[in-house]
Design a protein around this ligand. Sequence first.
Ligand code: PTJ
Length: 240
Amino acid sequence: MEIPKSHPRYVSLLLRERIIEGWKEGIVADAGLLAHGRGEAFDYLIGEITQPFALHAMKVALHHMLNAKNSVISVNGNVCALCAGDIVKLARATNSKLEINLFYRTEARVQKIAEKLREAGAEKIFGVNPDARIPGLEHLRALCSRDGMYTADVVFVPLEDGDRVEALKKMGKFVIALDLNPLSRTARSADVTIVDNLVRAVPKMVEIVKSGEKLEIEGYDNGAILGAAKKKIWEVLSEH
Ligand code: PTJ
């Protein structure tokens, strides 16, 4: 559907169209549509802009990605549908590997996501033919690549569903989450949580790396970042 640029919710509606398109193409899982709606609600509550707490977390996340031995960015259906091009650019800018890791894993979805990432410029894609398992996970998200997520020291997991972050942490990895919901188990379990919309955060992270800005990590407190996000939500609710 053609959305008029004058519509007050243009960007939000455009993203809806993108996710629906991804669903029709077989990239986004059925549940991915619901996850997107939950994200929209939380985005509304943080003011639909990148807040200072998110920017701070992005810089710390980038410091860890840039200094990692084996940095891996996990890609699911929503990430691919919403920002395939930017996630490929982020992988390139941070020298990270891209790995497809799906909760609702089917061979068809893996192939479609890989194809879309390749169209966006990705060369090597991990997770297509998994040869290892994340210990402690019963579902298909356990499937991973030995040279990718399994041996990674830093893993960036945008739009996660919770238990994998805990399992990755148990493996001794540094985990960066990106989740608009600061109350989620994912947000609370990660080492660094970026509470922002994927479509704003990923290009912003690329921009930060390219700017060559010095990235400070001293005294970073993820609990305080989540506290600031909850405070912002409370302020937005109180204003209306
Ligand atoms: O592609 P698959 O098979 O791996 O499945 C992916 C989904 C997203 C369906 C799966 O991981 C899932 O069910 O996730 P959840 O448990 O619904 O969690 C998704 C989280 O992402 C929620 O906390 C949402 O608030 C958040 N979210 C949704 N859209 C965005 C977002 N966070 C940042 N940016 C978004 N655009």
